[in-house]
Design a protein around this ligand. Structure first.
Ligand code: SF4
Length: 343
């Protein structure tokens, strides 16, 4: 096994520019105003009061590269449904909670979540490029979980002190919303922990701003000895455009295994046709379907729910039209369980 001392790690040559990269300029220019979102997409003003009410609870955040894939004038567009706040978000629905996965109970150090054996999840960035209305972390106290480098060291000590941990998972928010200097530093520190074999990154950023996959990102990803897995988050075939396919090709050429997880969402992908088109399109982009999650019962997202029986029927229908390797596993995350629970 190749390992590096911290001193070696600090000397890893990484060309990290000081200026804002194009993806960072896009990030700075995301749409944050429900009025602007509705105006740019030519939506009927009747959608505005609901959009404002939802925005009060969880702010609008839509990158322009994502906006460009939404059909103007169509309030039912499956991509728009994922980002447009609705009045339904203000409803209190029994069983829908602020922390549906009880993550607050599994946080032994700031920015670290240890739920599953052999894997540890690190909150690498408190923010996202896009705010997905169904997000199970829409109420997560990111402000309390945005560690400094010194606090990172405490998390890294947890990983160093437990030889059973083989995999570090960078999550968020969106971990790729962090700047490359921070990520290169963190990944180099992880690289130096002998028991770690894999680096897994869960991100939606390359989907919503494909320019995120630039030379700098590929530089620090290529520099690590760890096996690399990027789990993208794509819910609909229309999210996969040529820019994303090009980004995926660059990632694959850098030795990154690409998987996808989706959430089953009413009004977005709750048909056999939509799910089959998603799997086909993922494979065209070099991504394998991994999980199809049922919705986590987070407060404000009940209107996206697809009942379990319907979810099973959809997956049975999907099996009729897809080869096995394009079938995602239908699963639910149950608080306290040692793994995801297949349905
Ligand atoms: S990108 Fe992921 S973490 Fe961020 S809002 Fe969307 S679902 Fe939530």
């Amino acid at each position: 096994m190749i390992t590096r001392s911290p001193a070696d790690v600090q000397s890893v040559p990484l060309a990290l520019p000081q200026e804002r990269a194009p993806w960072q300029r896009q990030l700075a220019g995301v749409i944050r105003d429900p009025h602007e979102l509705c105006r740019r997409l030519d939506l009927d003003p009747a959608w505005l009061p609901g959009a404002e009410a939802g925005h009060e609870l969880f702010e609008v955040r839509v990158p322009k590269a994502y906006l460009a894939r939404i059909r103007p004038g169509d309030p039912h567009d499956p991509l728009l449904r994922q980002v447009l706040p609705l009045g339904e978000e203000t409803l209190e629905v029994p069983g829908y909670l602020a922390d549906p996965l009880q993550e607050a109970e599994h946080t032994p150090a700031k920015g670290l979540i240890h739920k599953y054996a052999g894997r540890v999840l690190l909150i690498a960035s408190p923010s996202c490029a896009i705010n997905c209305r169904y997000c199970f972390r829409r109420h997560f106290p990111y402000g309390e979980n945005a560690p400094s480098r010194a606090q990172w060291e405490a998390s890294l000590d947890t990983l160093r002190g437990d030889a059973s941990i083989r995999e570090a998972i960078l999550s968020g928010g969106d971990p790729l919303a962090a700047n490359d200097r921070q990520l290169a530093w963190l990944v180099a520190r992880l690289d130096a922990i002998p028991n770690l074999k894999r680096l897994r990154i869960h991100s939606r950023l390359p989907v919503v701003i494909p320019e995120r996959v630039d030379d700098t990102l590929l530089g620090w990803l290529s520099a690590t000895r760890l096996q690399k897995v990027l789990v993208l988050h794509i819910n609909h075939a229309n999210e996969i455009d040529e820019a994303l396919i090009a980004a995926c090709t660059r990632l694959k050429n850098a030795g990154v295994t690409l998987l996808n997880q989706s959430v089953l969402l009413r009004g977005v992908n709750d048909s056999v046709e939509a799910l089959a088109a998603l799997s086909e399109r993922l494979f065209e982009a070099g991504i394998l379907p991994y999980y199809l999650h049922v919705l986590d019962p987070v407060a404000g997202a009940a209107h996206f729910d697809v009942p379990d029986d319907q979810a099973r029927e959809l997956v049975a229908g999907l099996r009729q039209v897809l080869p096995g390797f394009l079938m995602p596993t239908l699963a639910r995350e149950v608080p306290g369980e040692a793994s995801k629970t297949p349905l």
